[in-house]
Design a binder for this molecule. Structure first.
Ligand code: NI
Length: 196
């Protein structure tokens, strides 16, 4: 089932999300729905707060970047095959010199800005069966993980922009929270009153 994606301005996007336990109700259905929602919106990642749940769950599937020739053939191959569910993730370390890349977010349609992040990330997480893994990722895979991880920490990519950039996009962000934006997927807007 495709779920509506929560838009910028909803308080759930600003909350630090809580860990879950293996008895979390209907987890496999939730994950299925999240994957369906992410693919339905052509996203490369989706975090639970974006569907209104402040829990430490996010998904990444970087395969849409596979044909992008700005990446080396080797990196494209990695991007093509990277699909993972992260539960209760904790970033242990971020290393290297920050690099910029134009990011977007399904909760913030129509806005893309360069975001600077460190290129190497070591993350500890549990998979859908609650087995614990500690892995290190680099490049664009690391970046997508960092972006989704920020969501479960209550941080959006727009929070990481310069104050000048923030001022420049303020009006657009307000419009998004009011539903004045176009997205090719279902969204839920915090400042649109519900019809009775
Ligand atoms: Ni996002």
């Amino acid at each position: 089932m495709i779920l509506p994606i929560v838009a910028y301005g909803d308080p759930v996007l600003k909350k630090k999300a809580k860990p879950i336990t293996p008895d979390y109700p209907n987890l496999s259905t939730l994950l299925e729905n999240m994957y369906e929602t992410m693919y339905g919106a052509s996203g490369v990642g989706l975090a639970a707060p974006q569907i209104g749940l402040a829990i430490r769950v996010f998904l990444v599937d970087t395969s849409p970047f596979a044909g992008d020739e700005s990446f080396s053939p080797e990196e494209q191959k990695q991007l093509e095959n990277f699909k993972k569910t992260f539960i209760n993730a904790e970033i242990l370390e971020e290393e290297g010199e920050e690099w910029g890349f134009s990011e977007g977010c399904l909760s913030i349609p129509g806005i893309n800005e360069d975001v600077f992040r460190k290129p190497v990330v070591t993350i500890k997480y549990q998979d859908k069966d609650f087995n614990t893994h500690t892995e290190t990722y680099t490049g664009l895979i690391a970046r997508v993980i960092q972006h989704e991880y920020d969501h479960i920490e209550g941080v959006l990519f727009t929070d990481k922009l310069s104050s000048l950039k923030k001022r420049l996009i303020k009006g657009k962000l307000t419009n998004i929270s009011k539903g004045k934006c176009s997205a090719e997927y279902r969204m839920k807007f915090p400042m649109v009153s519900k019809k009775r």
